[in-house]
Design a protein around this ligand. Sequence first.
Ligand SMILES: [Zn+2]
Length: 287
Amino acid sequence: MSLNDYLKQATDNGWAVGHFNASELDQIRAILDACKEIGSPVMVGTSEGERKHLGLLEAVALRDAFRKKYGIPVFLNADHHKSVETAQEAIDAGYDSVHIDLSSFPMEENVIGTKMVVDYARVKNKEISVEGELGYLRGESKIHHEKIEVKPEDYTKVDQAKEFVARTGVDRLAIVIGNIHGIAPSHPRLDVQRVLDIRRALPNSVALVLHGGSGIPDGEVEEAIGVGIANVHINTELRVAYVHGLKRDLEQYPGEVAMYKLDAGAIKAMKLVVKDKLKLFGAVNKI
Ligand SMILES: [Zn+2]
């Protein structure tokens, strides 16, 4: 099954495919170990920064290696790619999916650029899944110490979502409903009604994506999935688990210099987060 097939199943049956970011081999292994154990299809994402660190061809080669070794559906996504060119590079390299994020541009430019990526992907391989984004998603994938103010005009508008999807032909739409990137001292409550309204306005073949899943209370994530979110992104919570695990082991074993021993605790912590999230998303035994 293709990624779009899994997303359609998730939309129809009220669960969500997990999307987890990684920039290291061991992090990808941690994510996929968790998925293998509980039977979840999964998206592994690399932002432009993560991709630069890991390498485009290296990311594709690792996906292929893990597919072969684990026999599970793992899909590689170019997360938040901010230009048509970088999105096309990921498609050329063999990514299964691209998220072309032109949400900082006016609607018209966003539509034109996103449509270019959709057209490019369709010619290359019909199974490539393309995500567009509408609305103003604040924050970065880190721990914020100040409150992040989300304004009503940041939210994705139902009529614009409908127009955007019709004109671009995207497979997935990232929406802003009170979510932010990163973990902040307080989070706005997710606007579940808005998810429902957008869901009703769009064809069922288009998946709704929730970015910034880190730090949102479990109950709210469940509610959002219940009304139509089919894909949830987690990055910051993984970064925190990894770095805290690493710090703990560096302190505990000051004489240790073998990296593969030092990052074992970090990987274990990451794997636990992935498992918990997949259970929360209802993604267990979905292969
Ligand atoms: Zn995101």
